[in-house]
Design a protein around this ligand. Structure first.
Ligand code: 13P
Length: 250
């Protein structure tokens, strides 16, 4: 089964009304009819602005960078999956390493967040990845399998509807990309883990690579058999670069 590639832009905590407007306008003007799915994930404060700018674009979907692990209620500062769904969000990044590191998100939190998203009809983009130290200690497989296992364990049949993103922490924002071979090796491990849970999930679930993916290295990474797209940080803030990555996924 061939999987349609997905290119996701994670804007992180960047942007402003003015900057978002020009970025989205440039993306819409240049994107044409891509051969892959495309999603942009602005900060929460700008979701409605970007939804309006996208104006129901059939080509670029709206994503969030996080979702609460709680249902609606007394959780000050949180944003629930049903609220995201209400404002037109179709994807939500969960378990990004920056949140695991700075917000102390655990594998269990991440698994619950993925469940909340699925229950609201939102596709969770579940991030996994090892630190440099973990890689040097030969722990890469153990770490990514442990992180994905929590989501598989809670997810049941639902896991066929998730997206996984392998983001080696040492490659994020550093300009140091995993080589296509290094990335493919981890993606193959994750694919095998999905297969052990369900053949259907292994066939359907897209596994994205993230970490210093850019216009220059995207094609080579995306040519690997188990790399089904990219989760792009810095290069997603520059329309020409993001559009080149989208074109490389065609
Ligand atoms: P960079 O592309 O800036 O390395 O960020 C990757 C990332 O963390 C996307 O979620």
């Amino acid at each position: 089964m061939s999987r349609r590639k997905l290119i996701a832009g994670n804007w992180k905590m960047n942007g402003s009304l003015a900057a978002n407007q020009s970025l989205v306008q440039e993306l819409l003007a240049g994107i044409g009819q891509p051969a892959c799915d495309v999603v942009v994930c602005p900060p929460m404060a700008y979701l409605d602005q970007v939804r309006q700018l996208l104006a129901g674009s059939p080509v670029i979907a709206l994503g969030a960078q996080n979702v609460s692990q709680h249902d609606n209620g007394a959780f000050t500062g949180d944003v629930s999956a049903s609220m995201l769904q209400d404002v037109g969000v179709r994807y939500a990044i969960v378990g990004h390493s920056e949140r695991r590191q700075h917000q102390a998100e655990t594998d269990v939190h991440v698994a619950i967040k993925a469940q909340r998203a699925l229950a609201a009809g939102i596709t969770p983009i579940v991030c996994v990845g090892e630190t440099l130290r973990e890689r040097e200690e030969g722990m890469t497989e153990f770490i990514v399998q442990r992180q994905l296992a929590a989501v598989i364990h809670l997810g049941g049949q639902g896991i066929r509807d998730i997206v996984v993103a392998y983001e080696p922490v040492w490659a994020i924002g550093t300009g140091k990309t995993a080589t296509p071979e290094q990335a493919q090796a981890v993606h193959a491990v994750l694919r095998a883990q999905l297969r052990a849970a369900s053949d259907d999930a292994a066939a359907r679930v897209r596994i994205l690579y993230g970490g210093s993916m850019n216009a220059g290295n995207a094609a080579e990474l995306l040519a690997q058999p188990d790399i089904d797209g990219g989760l792009i940080g810095g290069a997603a803030l520059k329309a020409p670069d993001f559009l080149k990555i989208v074109a490389a996924a065609g």
